[in-house]
Design a protein around this ligand. Structure first.
Ligand code: 16G
Ligand code: ZN
Length: 530
């Protein structure tokens, strides 16, 4: 039987050397690349089981995103391009942590309880980032899938959102596009060109942008995309692999350090973007003529996109409910602006893309972004159909119909499966262009409250438990009352603490009307956690 030989290969060629336990968390498995060989082989086996259960193609992405070059990780992608179903995260952890001797038993058990028909076919798409450890890890996945009789398509180096896109395309028979890199670039560039029309400049908008590729896959994929849109947008690409991956550059560095990345020459007032190591996050920034750095993060992108979608929905007179989803990290000013100025319903959920994604799916059009720059727009099937119908309805007023057509093309520009830095960038560029805005106009929509993030190391971070989308602490007893007392002393003060899902630390977030107050508030709350 194939299972027996596949498990034999696991023990012989991909042994689990140490007893270190590892958990499938918010971002899949992620740790030092040297500890991952057996995990990747086993995830190849799991992907085959998942594929048989869903009778669909499953994706396996090898990346550690914004983490250092020495790290790596793996994530499974479900049939419609979503993250792996939550109940399977536990199966993944169990398989990764079972000893070589128990692996067969663990798999048998799973096959039995889930009633998996091993005679079914299995299809797995594999992709990886640019890390030097990634090819060998991809090989381990491919070996496992093949050993269990599954069929593999290896896409080589791709961005995480590209692999999500390939998976959904494959499983919806091309309805969403062609499951190839060419299909992906074609879909994005066609929609972008259509939205932009003949005039590449408009008002204060200049079609010129600096791109920080974090020395990862984003840079080479941006080059390919740029080739399709070069007459419409001039993208100058930096950090395209000559330096260390994510080192002093990339979206995470720029967001956390609140400063410009290394390796990108300063051009005053020029729109600049930084993506992360697998190009699923993006932040904008610029340096003004006084050399002051300005960050436009995920909250900014969310407000810009949501307001533009809203504008088109209204102009096309469609009855669609539009909402925006954030986490506790969203700047208080952005939440205020969404609710009071844009008058768009706003929801708050716990950290982690899957929580935002699920909540966004409750709206006809749900825009979600984490402040760190990960986000997208989810459009319900019924909403897409309504938009398509209006776009071709000859009986509608010209204005109304054209707005619906524009909305339809805008939806085409979105990678709805997951945050996609390249798609998000083209969306932002579309809105700025349509409004004739430069980046300072965008910044002027509201002012961020100064804020500070801190890490606190305590003996056991699990003693910290939260509720209300991580905004309130319910354990240890008394901590929330103490935080309330501290926050009360600060004008427009807000602070929360939560255990990290990716590091052994407790995170502290604070905001207030001045930077020094935000810093003091964060420090006081951090002391209360100790
Ligand atoms: C993971 C999450 C990201 C979240 C971050 C928080 C996914 C794909 N990624 O990277 O959304 O912002 O964790 O990390 O869900 P933390 O729990 O250490 O603060
Ligand atoms: Zn990433």
């Amino acid at each position: 039987e194939k299972l027996i030989s596949a498990v034999a290969i696991a023990a012989k060629t991909h042994p689990r050397k140490e007893n270190k336990s590892i958990q499938y968390g918010t971002a899949g498995f992620r740790t030092k690349a040297s500890d991952l060989d057996h995990v990747l082989y086993r995830m190849g086996l799991l992907a085959v089981l998942r594929s048989k259960v869903k009778e669909a193609t499953i994706g396996v992405m090898i990346t550690a995103s914004h983490n250092p070059e020495e790290d790596n990780g793996v994530k499974l992608i479900d049939p419609l391009g979503e993250m792996l179903e939550q109940s399977w995260e536990a199966h993944a952890s169990q398989i990764a942590n079972s000893s070589d001797e128990n692996l067969k038993g663990t798999l048998d058990e799973l096959i039995k309880t889930l009633n998996i028909d091993m005679a079914k076919d299995a299809y797995v798409f594999v992709g990886r980032d640019t890390r030097s450890s990634s090819p060998a890890l991809a090989d381990a996945v491919i070996e496992a899938v093949t050993a269990l009789g599954g069929l593999v398509q290896d896409f080589g180096i791709v961005t995480t959102p590209m692999l999500h896109y390939f998976v959904v395309c494959k499983n919806t028979n091309g309805e969403y596009g062609k499951p190839t890199p060419e299909g992906y670039f074609f879909k994005l560039s066609t929609a972008f060109k259509k939205l932009r029309g003949k005039n590449t400049s408009n008002g204060k908008y200049i079609p010129d942008i600096s791109f920080d590729g974090a020395n990862g896959v984003g840079a080479s994929k941006m080059k390919e995309l740029q080739a399709c849109i070069s007459e419409y947008l001039n993208v100058k690409i930096f950090n395209s692999g000559e330096g260390r991956l994510n080192h002093q550059c990339g979206a995470d560095f720029v967001k956390v350090q609140q400063k410009a990345p290394k390796g990108v020459p300063t051009r005053e007032n020029v729109r600049s973007v930084s993506v992360d190591g697998d190009a699923d996050r993006i932040v904008y920034y610029y340096i003004d003529k006084e050399q002051v750095f300005h960050l436009l993060d995920g909250d900014r992108i969310a407000t810009l996109l949501a307001s533009y979608f809203m504008e088109l929905v209204k102009a096309s007179c469609l009855k669609l409910n539009l909402g925006l989803v954030q986490t506790a990290y969203a700047n208080g000013s952005s939440t205020n602006y969404i609710a009071k100025t844009l008058k768009i319903p706003v929801a708050c959920v716990p950290t982690g893309v899957k929580h935002l994604h699920h909540k966004a799916q409750e709206f006809d059009i749900g825009v979600y972004f984490e402040a760190n720059g990960h986000g997208t727009v989810c459009v319900a099937k019924s909403a897409s159909e309504m938009i398509a119908q209006a776009a071709s309805d000859e009986k509608l007023e010209v204005n109304q119909r054209e707005s619906a057509q524009r909305l339809q093309t805008l939806v085409d520009l979105v990678n709805q499966t997951v945050g996609d830095a390249l798609s998000d960038m083209l969306l932002v560029e579309t809105v700025l262009h349509a409004r004739g805005w430069d980046i300072a106009d965008w910044l002027a929509t509201y002012s961020d409250l100064p804020n500070r993030q801190m890490k606190v190391t305590i003996q056991d971070r699990r003693v910290i438990q939260t509720t209300d989308a991580e905004r309130q602490c319910i354990s240890p007893p008394g901590l929330q009352e103490t935080i309330n007392e501290i926050v009360k002393m600060y004008e427009q003060g807000r602070a929360f603490v939560r255990p990290s899902g990716t590091e052994d630390v407790v995170r502290v977030y604070a905001e207030a009307t001045t930077q020094s107050n935000a810093d003091r508030l964060a420090a006081e709350v951090a002391r209360a956690v100790h």
